[in-house]
Design a protein around this ligand. Structure first.
Ligand code: FAD
Ligand code: A2P
Length: 328
């Protein structure tokens, strides 16, 4: 697998060689000390406009994930790692007369947006489809409200947004040479796409990344890979600063013959990961809530094999602000 080949290289903390990057126009929030927070709330949401909706996955992917670009006109600025809330149009089935509850979506672009002008935000949305457990058939009446609204929307449609929200997944920028280990299942890759664009695609005056970014992405199969072209390009351009490992659960097997999950990849590289953490690396988890128990079990097992106490190590990582979790 291409990811494995690259990962077997020894990545070191070397400064990036200069590759042509997109020069972004500075935004007023670049100089801010704190991130923007909850500029728009459920009762006073911002009316944004859909710019584009693009299916991200191939025909053999189970399910559909879309990349949705939203024009906020520069009025709902955000930092990488934050989320927007979306209020789908229509009435809340549980509260007649009231609007739908807000659903949160991690922002998948950098603060400059995909058009680099600071006026858009992109979301990576998986359509929630309900299959009747008895018949195995789709029951459209129970499909997810907001994800289907977003994936069905068309350029020019209006969308009510709130936020930005969240501080847990902000990219710490105090040390531009730090290591960032990013673990994602499915749409959990969204905040990392924002980080990586900031690190490798944009020429940002206030952040010259020269550290190591290591992405572990778990999806069902090759057709389900998200933003793979962008990540592969960073591997080519910044092989000393970027590592990318994919866990394809329905195409690859782990060493016990079970599904290949991100935690199996973590185990494979556990020695390096533990060393990086001991040297101050940040580790992020984003995506399915269900991945956390498996990941914690893996890390605990590895710690014990190394003669370390996982609970103590984890509490130290949390205390040092190296441990970042956003699962849903
Ligand atoms: P809902 O309408 O809320 O339904 C939820 C589920 O229940 C669906 O699977 C639906 O099919 C099922 N359901 C509906 N009715 C019934 C019924 N009668 N019986 C049984 N089941 C039923 N999601 C992303 O795709 N991308 C992201 O980047 C992302 N980021 C997030 C970040 C955060 C911090 C959080 C908290 C969540 C994030 N989510 C993300 C999840 C997102 O907020 C929504 O929860 C998700 O899109 C489902 O919302 P929905 O309105 O489509 O489904
Ligand atoms: P699978 O569905 O084959 O069990 P999704 O695209 O549905 O968001 O899922 C992303 C990936 O996360 C899929 O490969 C899925 O595998 C995998 N996954 C599901 N459950 C877990 C889990 N408990 N731990 C780690 N990965 C998981």
């Amino acid at each position: 697998m291409p990811g494995q080949e690259i990962s077997s290289k020894c990545a070191t903390h070397v400064q990036q060689t200069s590759k042509p990057k997109v020069v972004v126009s500075p935004l007023s929030l670049d100089d801010a000390e704190v991130p923007p927070l909850n500029l728009y709330k459920p009762k006073e949401s911002y009316t944004a406009t859909i710019v584009s909706v693009e299916r991200l996955v191939g025909p053999k992917a189970p399910g559909e994930t879309c990349h949705i670009v939203i024009d906020h006109g520069g009025n709902v600025p955000y930092w990488e790692g934050q989320s927007y809330g979306v209020i789908a149009p229509g009435e809340n089935p549980k509260k007649p007369g009231a609007p739908h509850n807000v659903r949160l979506y991690s922002i998948a672009s950098s603060r400059y947006g995909d058009s680099f002008d600071g006026k858009t935000a992109s979301l990576c949305v998986r359509r929630a489809i309900y299959y009747d457990p008895e018949t195995g058939k789709e029951d459209p009446s129970k499909n997810g409200i907001c994800s289907n609204f977003l994936c069905n929307s068309k350029p020019g449609d209006k969308v009510q947004i709130t936020g930005p929200s969240g501080k847990i997944m902000l990219l710490p920028e105090d040390d531009p040479n730090a290591t960032h280990i990013m673990i994602a299942t499915g749409t959990g890759v969204a905040p990392y796409r924002g980080y990586l664009r900031r690190m490798f695609m944009e020429s940002v005056p206030t952040f010259k990344f020269g550290g190591l970014a290591w992405l572990f992405l778990g999806v069902a199969n090759t057709d389900s890979l998200l933003y793979d072209d962008e990540f592969t390009k960073y591997l080519q351009d910044y092989p000393d600063n970027f590592r990318y490992d994919r866990a394809l659960s329905r195409e690859q097997k782990n060493k016990s013959g079970g599904k290949m999950y991100v935690q199996d990849k973590i185990e494979e590289y556990s020695d390096e990961i533990f060393k990086l953490l001991d040297n101050g690396a940040h580790i992020y988890f984003c995506g399915l809530k269900g991945m956390m128990p498996g990941i914690q079990d893996t890390l605990k097992r590895v710690a014990e094999q190394r003669g370390e106490n996982w609970e103590e190590k984890l509490s130290q990582l949390k205390k040092n602000k190296q441990w970042h979790v956003e699962v849903y």
